[in-house]
Design a protein around this ligand. Structure first.
Ligand code: NAP
Length: 342
């Protein structure tokens, strides 16, 4: 257990793994997986570790997916990009804008790798990956067989996909296909973007505005470790929403197509006066209550205790029980994060 995981999780939690190995192509990746499996060791495949919390030392092999490459082809109405899983997401967003292929600008500055983007169907400022995803290429680890899943087959949902369910552990994502329409339609429904003029706005202006919002509100993981939004925005049924809104009329709420109502987890946490709340070295970020940060050498126990406290406070005040968006990793692999903080 002498391989530090600190560089491999943006939370900056100081846990260790038996081994950390990089893979630059699919063959290396499969070899490492097969070797570890033959020794009965668990394998955790990571991009940049931007959505994980290591609860304990990891007893197996952490495999860093560094499959690179961007290929662009042109269709009459769109650009089709085939992107290696290990390409950094934000660099890809910048590359597409520089090459005059807009469509990803709302997703600027999301930490992590392209290959991780379908797993939780990354989303920000009104755009989710599923809007641009054409396909995901993955390899079945036990057989080495490659498979292409259409966007529909990925079963994208709110921060969800097949890769968190049936395909978890059994498959590794090796590339993502993105289709960027040549007819650009800006999405300006969120935050400062609503102030931009849809008639004259450029993709670069949207990109700049998104970067500005993120830089001013969200902590830089290089300064204060974090994994972005710690909790999912809760989605509740219409009856529960009516009750909550009768008691708290100013609660931000967003009706969904299926009749349910999405609430803003950050607002709920803020209403409990929890910005700046601390347990050990972990703290609720002062500018954005949805983000828990590693303020001062936090341990994973500190983060878990703080998350439990936040969940309890919000639950007691609103009868809404938050669920982590961050994935919790135990000694053998992922564990149920809700059970850990319940
Ligand atoms: P915000 O603007 O303070 O809004 C709070 C929440 O209300 C957001 O999470 C968003 O839900 C929802 N919301 C705001 N305007 C909305 C609209 N016009 N229609 C529907 N829902 C709306 O949010 P923020 O924390 O600064 O984040 C801004 C965006 O970046 C959000 O889309 C957020 O999800 C995304 N983000 C994601 C992460 C992550 O780790 N996953 C981290 C930071 C930011 P949605 O989350 O459904 O968009």
């Amino acid at each position: 257990m002498n391989h530090s995981l600190k560089p491999w999780n943006t939370f900056g939690i100081d846990r260790h793994a038996r081994q950390v190995v990089h893979a630059e192509n699919a063959i290396q990746l499969l070899n490492v997986w097969q070797q570890a499996t033959s020794e009965n060791l668990p394998v955790l495949i990571l991009g940049e570790g931007s959505n994980v919390l290591f609860l304990e030392d990891y007893s197996g092999v952490v495999l860093i997916n560094r499959l690179k490459g961007i290929e662009v082809s042109e269709l009459p109405d769109a650009w089709l990009l085939h992107v290696g899983a290990g390409e950094n997401w934000h660099s890809l967003v910048k590359y597409t804008l520089e090459k005059g292929m807009p469509g990803l600008e709302n997703l600027a500055l999301i930490p992590g790798c392209t290959g991780s983007s379908p797993i939780q169907n990354i989303g920000a400022y009104g755009v989710e990956l599923q809007r641009v995803c054409a396909y995901v290429d993955c390899i079945e680890l036990s057989t080495g067989l490659q498979k292409r899943l259409s966007a529909e087959e990925c079963r994208f949902g709110y921060r969800d996909s097949i890769f968190k369910h049936e395909y978890q552990d059994r498959y590794v994502i090796v590339a993502v296909g993105l289709k960027l329409a040549k007819a650009w339609h800006p999405v300006l429904s969120y935050g400062d973007l609503t102030r931009l003029d849809p008639q004259t706005v450029t993709p670069q202006q949207v990109f700049d505005a998104v970067c500005h919002m993120r830089i001013t509100k969200l902590p830089d993981p290089k300064v204060n470790g974090n994994a972005g939004s710690f909790f999912k925005n809760p989605v509740i049924n219409s009856t529960a929403a009516e009750k909550l809104l009768a008691a708290f009329p100013s609660a931000p709420h967003y009706p969904q197509a299926d009749g349910s109502v999405k609430l803003a987890a950050g607002w709920l946490i803020d209403q409990c006066q929890l910005k700046g709340a601390r347990v050990g070295g972990a703290m609720v970020h002062r500018h954005q209550a949805l983000v828990l940060i590693n303020e001062d050498n936090a341990t994973s126990d500190d983060v878990v205790a703080l998350a439990r406290y936040v969940r309890q406070q919000v639950g007691e005040k609103f009868d809404v029980w938050l669920e982590p968006e961050v994935r919790f990793i135990g000694a053998q692999g992922e564990v149920n994060a809700v059970e850990v903080i319940a």
